[in-house]
Write a protein that binds this ligand. Structure first.
Ligand SMILES: *Cc1c(COP(=O)(O)O)cnc(C)c1O
Ligand SMILES: [Zn+2]
Length: 446
């Protein structure tokens, strides 16, 4: 047995501000690191702020200064060139030199490499030169971009010998953890707010996961999971495995660059929940520029999208302040409803540094955004995607997106998960007898 020294509870997906330790020191079973040349090993960690170094392990927060810790990549590791990457299987593991492991991953090998779909009608609606949808609504296996981060978390859990996967979730992470865990044959414990959409709950339960509804908001769920992080020897994807988990989001940036022919767009619009995705987009773009894989030109301007009913990061961007003001969420965009986002300040800073901006849009605009995307691209997205489209339209109207821009919209989840959001706006369909005459009458009406 290894004694883990007391340390602050880990931050979570998104809400997790460090909380003081509530429990006495306790023990975890010794990590059963796989051995052998090809075996998967997680990278060691270092503090983002004070540079303190830590061995690879289920640690999210620096015990010295409470800042998040991050995997340390060997600057001298050999990196593939464009042709080498292009010849690899079409999953996010084609970028494995920029993912937080050495050796060969054995789990969740098919996530990533979602389509980048050009959307000329959407470009016209935005008044920009070109637009694309990065379509993570068809992500494998659980139809949201959370497959990317869970692919990291489950391999980290395996590397550390943690035999149960858990998470605090606003819905999509629940679906992803449950699906990836089922495939790996490991038990899953899923903590969600008590009143989540039916599609998100069923899309988790179906995989045989233990689903626990917590009375409260996501932020309450998250705090609870931070408090239990080390108690049961679980790998909690967005809590004690967060340092590894978050790196999966970089693959959205890598894929955009490769799918555009190894170059940057001028702008990217992405939804924000805990704020991690936008920060990892920049990290990914910067890493590919550093590796000489993306043609010259500035990094893309990053634009954040939130709901007006839960927009703490967007408001921080707009106020140019440096202190995030937490909110109590009240929006149909449940997957983005994090009132106290862990990476909120970093996300706002990242957006400003790239020359971007943020928008917080109404629930009505979100529903319109879902329908605009569906009607112009044939892609059905959930409320987070509607938020992204609505934010892009608002940013274009206010001149933040320019006519010369080439914009990628990150569409991060599938619409069948949140059908109740659009259902009330879709008009009744006619019901007829099976008679040609009745069809003729309908066609004449139009
Ligand atoms: C989790 C999530 C995001 C953004 O997540 P961050 O916490 O900001 O990294 C965006 N879209 C969907 C659908 C999500 O589930
Ligand atoms: Zn530190």
């Amino acid at each position: 047995m290894t004694t883990i020294a007391p340390r602050p509870a880990a931050a979570a997906e998104s809400g997790g501000h460090p909380a003081p330790p509530l429990d006495p020191p306790r023990t975890l079973s010794t990590p059963r690191l796989a051995s052998g040349a090809g075996a998967l090993r997680a990278l060691a960690l270092a503090c983002r702020e004070c540079d303190a170094a830590f061995e690879a392990g289920p640690i999210a927060i620096c015990e010295n200064c409470l800042a998040p810790v991050e995997p340390v990549y060997d600057p001298d590791r050999s990196l593939p060139d464009r042709d080498a990457i292009a010849s690899r299987p079409t999953s996010l593991w084609r970028y494995r030199e920029w993912l937080p492991f050495t050796g060969t991953p054995t789990l969740s090998l098919d996530s990533g490499w979602t389509p980048l779909v050009e959307a000329p009608a959407l470009a016209r609606a935005l008044g920009v030169e070109r637009a694309w949808v990065k379509n993570d609504s068809v992500s494998h296996p659980s139809l949201s971009f959370k497959d990317r981060v869970v692919a990291m978390a489950i391999n980290a859990a395996r590397a550390f010998g943690l035999d149960t996967l858990a998470c605090a979730s606003t819905g999509n992470l629940a679906n992803a953890v449950a699906a990836h865990a089922a495939r790996a044959g490991v038990p899953a414990w899923i903590f969600i707010p008590h009143d989540l959409e039916l599609g998100k709950v069923i899309g988790t339960l179906v995989f045989g996961a233990r689903v626990v509804r917590v009375r409260g908001t996501y932020d309450d769920v998250n705090r609870l999971c931070a408090q239990i992080a080390d108690r049961f020897g679980w790998g909690i994807a967005n809590v004690n495995l967060r340092s590894y988990y978050g790196e999966g989001s970089k693959t959205v940036a890598f894929e955009i660059v490769e799918q555009l022919g190894w170059r940057f767009p001028t702008a990217v619009v992405a939804p924000m929940a805990g704020g991690s995705l936008v920060t990892k987009l920049r990290k990914g773009f910067a890493e590919f520029r550093g590796a000489g894989l993306a043609a010259g030109g500035p990094l893309p301007r990053l634009y954040g999208a939130q709901a007006a009913g839960c927009g703490p990061i967007a408001r921080l961007v707009q106020s140019r302040g440096d202190r995030l003001v937490p909110e109590v969420p009240n929006t149909i965009a449940r997957s983005l409803a994090i009132g106290n986002p862990a990476d909120g300040s970093l996300a706002a800073r990242t957006i400003h540094e790239t020359g971007g901006w943020a928008a917080a849009v109404s629930d009505e605009a979100i529903v319109r955004g879902i329908r605009v995307l569906a009607e112009t691209t044939g892609i059905f997205t959930e409320t987070a995607g509607g938020t992204t489209v609505a934010a892009a339209l608002e940013l274009a109207r206010s001149g933040r997106l320019a006519p010369s821009d080439e914009v990628v919209l990150c569409i991060t989840g599938h619409g069948l998960k949140t059908v109740e959001a659009v259902a009330p706006t879709l008009t009744d369909t006619p019901t007829i007898g099976p008679r040609v005459r009745e069809v003729e009458a309908l066609v004449r009406e139009i």
